[in-house]
Design a protein around this ligand. Structure first.
Ligand SMILES: [Zn+2]
Length: 114
């Protein structure tokens, strides 16, 4: 499967991928934010909404996952520094968005990735 994630340079040894998206913060600030997560091949890939997840040896999850909720870390808002946990949603191998964890209680355990 050919993905469209772009590799980004990293110096941290603990690799993660990131999702770049435009978010409205609780403080009202609209800005470009980064969500760090580990799903698919974990190697500094930078995704946007709609990107296909890169796979390969050691990839987290399966290409057969219909839907996955992946633990994500939202990096700080440039106005209020708000940051925190949210779920990155992957459907049929593509990133479809993010949501708060309380919105996805109904997902089966095998679809949730720490
Ligand atoms: Zn904010």
């Amino acid at each position: 499967m050919i993905g469209c994630g772009r590799r980004i340079p990293g110096i941290d040894v603990s690799a993660f991928n990131e999702l770049i998206l435009l978010l409205t913060c609780e403080c009202g600030h609209v800005g470009r934010r980064s969500v760090q997560f580990r799903y698919g091949r974990v190697w500094w890939y930078s995704y946007s909404i709609g990107s296909t997840i890169e796979r390969g040896s050691g990839a987290v999850g399966s290409e057969l996952d219909q839907i996955a909720a992946v633990q994500g870390w939202l990096t700080g808002c440039e106005r209020c520094s708000n940051e925190g946990d949210l779920a990155v949603l992957v459907r049929s191998g593509a990133v479809i968005g993010v949501t708060a964890w309380e919105n996805i209680d109904e997902l089966p355990k095998e679809s949730v990735f720490p």
